[in-house]
Design a protein around this ligand. Sequence first.
Ligand code: C5P
Length: 232
Amino acid sequence: MGKDVIVACDFPSAGETLAFLEKLGEARPFVKIGMELYYAEGPQIVRALKERGHKVFLDLKLHDIPNTVKKAMAVLSRLGADIVNVHAAGTKAMMAAALEGLTRPDGSRPLLIAVTQLTSTDEETMQKELLISRSMPETVMQYARNARDAGLDGVVCSPLEAAAVHASCGQGFLTVTPGVRFAEGDKGDQKRVMTPAEAKSIGSDYIVMGRPITAAADPAEAYGRSLREFVD
Ligand code: C5P
């Protein structure tokens, strides 16, 4: 899979998700669905999106003992998800077990990426509450290397970290980057943002864009623009 824009469908129901996707006409974007929608609608939402022709990033951030994660991943793999994720904090053993669970009988599997440190955790909280004494950048890079060593395909990270992740883990290790806004767009609650063109120039493999597309007056135009700036 090459560079692509993943549209974050942060809607509370299947009805609202499909109503939004209808606005995009013939386009079938790669979509990301998270815990809210998945827990509300269950596996059927993944099947419905796949039947409609979308690739699906199932953003459930698994984190449990290796055996439990392996079995849960086998279920998500059978649903036909294209990208799934785990918390790198679950350890290399857990990440390796996740990969095993994902691998289908024919050898194919969804891409597996890791969350390093959530961007909602700042360095002070990480050090004082979690007793991780290293700096945030060192911790993020160590978690990314753990993910690579466990055989994962990449990490979710800020576009600002993408170049460092590639330098540390190799150019083929995927960087999937949220926090992307059009140049004149409203940043919303995102603090550190990049435009699609900047994310492209810094080497992001996939950008995740939600509200700049889902809340746009003309979502089809906004999605088209994201592709022109990031992919073309
Ligand atoms: O609407 P917006 O473009 O901000 O959506 C970004 C998406 O990426 C949301 O689904 C958000 O939960 C997710 N995300 C993020 N920052 C992270 C990890 C995930 O914004 N560090």
